[in-house]
Design a protein around this ligand. Structure first.
Ligand code: NAD
Length: 265
């Protein structure tokens, strides 16, 4: 029997088969969950529908999370379709390209608001919209990155947004705790996805990561999927408000190995 048998999971943030949301969707499907999928807009539909079919999802709905009306509409449709849901995955982030290069102080007011709205407030808004139909024993999950805690060059505005997202995870854990619902985040190492390619210098960051991480390997969307199964199934009952690193151990290192400095001398 699968670890998520009998659970209904709604995954937000599927763009294509490189998305972290796809790794999570596949792992949930493998573990027996019933899946619903939500994607940002029409342009993605062609890619998303065949993926949804692969996991037998018959709930496939568009939702631009910058719109309160669209969030309310998708929650209403989910209520009609599923009755109640057990798991909500928020695998969504966005900042303008201008905000992901150069100096952080050049962030514009509009760019700051946009990144916070799409990447942070949307998690809070989805939590509120789905709260009435979440079943006890359920879980909310979001995706974050270490640039929230330490400075990652060019990550700039997204680092600040991820810090707010991690704090939101803890506040939501407090709100949902009495309802028997857990709220956690996966802090993933760099993965080559559409969103990641928007960060200036991402390719170098991806390569250097594997050189510095204790395990000397990059992570995969399958790794995120398996961690998500743990955080969204009864395997992690009583784990809430946590930022769970899936990063080959990168975050425990204070600096690269001495031999990695040598060729630069
Ligand atoms: P991705 O591009 O596959 O996914 C990002 C998703 O956000 C897309 O599906 C996109 O459509 C969606 N989105 C953007 N604006 C939206 C809106 N207004 N309404 C609804 N959806 C919207 O890239 P990904 O790397 O899989 O990103 C998923 C999450 O993982 C993000 O929060 C990202 O910051 C986080 N993350 C990524 C990495 C990485 O290196 N790729 C590392 C750590 C954390």
């Amino acid at each position: 029997m699968g670890l998520m048998e009998g659970k209904t999971a709604l995954v937000f943030g599927l763009a294509n088969d490189k998305s972290i949301a796809w790794g999570i969707t596949q792992a949930f499907h493998r573990e027996g969950a019933k899946i619903g999928i939500s994607y940002a807009g029409e342009m993605l539909e062609k890619r998303v529908r065949p993926l949804a079919a692969e996991v037998g999802a018959d709930f496939v709905e568009q939702c631009d999370v910058s719109s309160d009306e669209q969030i309310a509409a998708v929650a209403e449709k989910a209520k009609k379709h599923f009755g109640q849901v057990d798991v909500i995955v928020h695998s969504i982030g966005f900042a303008n390209k201008d905000e992901l290069q150069g100096n952080f102080y050049d962030t514009s007011r509009a760019g700051f608001h946009l990144a916070m709205d799409i990447s942070v407030f949307s998690f809070v808004a989805l939590a509120k919209a789905f709260q009435p139909i979440m079943r006890r024993g359920g879980a909310l999950l979001t995706l974050t990155y270490y640039g929230s805690v330490k400075v990652a060059p060019n990550y700039n505005m997204m680092g600040v947004a991820k810090a707010a997202l991690e704090a939101s995870t803890r506040y939501l854990a407090r709100d949902f705790g009495p309802q028997g619902i857990r709220v956690n985040a996966i802090s993933a190492g760099p993965v080559r996805t559409l969103a990641a390619m928007g960060v200036s210098g991402f390719r170098d960051m991806h390569r250097n990561f594997a050189e510095m991480a204790p395990m000397r390997e990059n992570i995969t969307i399958e790794d995120c999927g398996n961690a998500a199964v743990y955080l969204c199934s009864d395997m992690s009952a009583h784990v809430t408000g946590e930022i769970h690193y899936v990063d080959s151990g990168f975050n425990v290192m204070a600096m690269p190995e001495p031999d990695q400095f040598k060729d630069k001398e």
